[in-house]
Design a protein. Sequence first.
Length: 253
Amino acid sequence: MGRRPVPAGILFVMKTYSPKPSDIQRRWYVIDADGAVLGRLASEVASLLKGKHKPIYAPHADTGDHVIVLNAKGIRLTGGKENKKIAYRHSGYPGGLTETRYDTLLATRPAFAIEKAVKGMLPKNSLGRQMLRKLTVYEGGEHPHAAQKPETISLGQVPKWDGLPVADTTKAPAIKPAKKRPAKAPSDSENPQAEPAAAKASTAKRSPKESAAKKSAAKKSSAKKSSAKSPAKKSAAKKASTTRRTTKKQGDD
């Protein structure tokens, strides 16, 4: 089978969309972790942090939203993993490996257990660290983020997409007043009377040391000129004397 013929005059152009910073709008969501399974909760939170619920998602950009997790102390594990699963930590020194079972970790630091699980589902680079900063976990059922007007969602619920943010065109851009340039001082060519005054001022500012140095330099230059002229005078006198002698000899002859 051959290719399907394309009608004349029709050109198919497909552009790859890449999200811009102006297209990303951060929203706030609240998730109740009471009675939730740790892995299921972590996967939902990681998806919201990465922005995979948005049509503008791109793996190279942080298009996700802020997530608030409440009641972290009510998290649970299934299949008896609370007694089998171990969290490891190393201090960096020889023999510095620390092992903590998850039953102890959930009882003492439940918020850390959720953050650790979510971190493992994010990119292992600066982009993943930036996404993780949008996560806040609280052991209780209250949070101090009421000013952000977060929306409560349940596990498995996909947030509603409202489209790209619309730019506000009602506000006219503020026009900055033009800066006034300082008035230029009249130049010497425009003000001929200022030239002799400037010359007088420059001569008056000269110190006696400068005038004495200039005089000595003038004397040296004149002495050099006189010394350069003296050999020429001597040579001319010699030539004149030799010509006189030759004329006298010729007359005697």
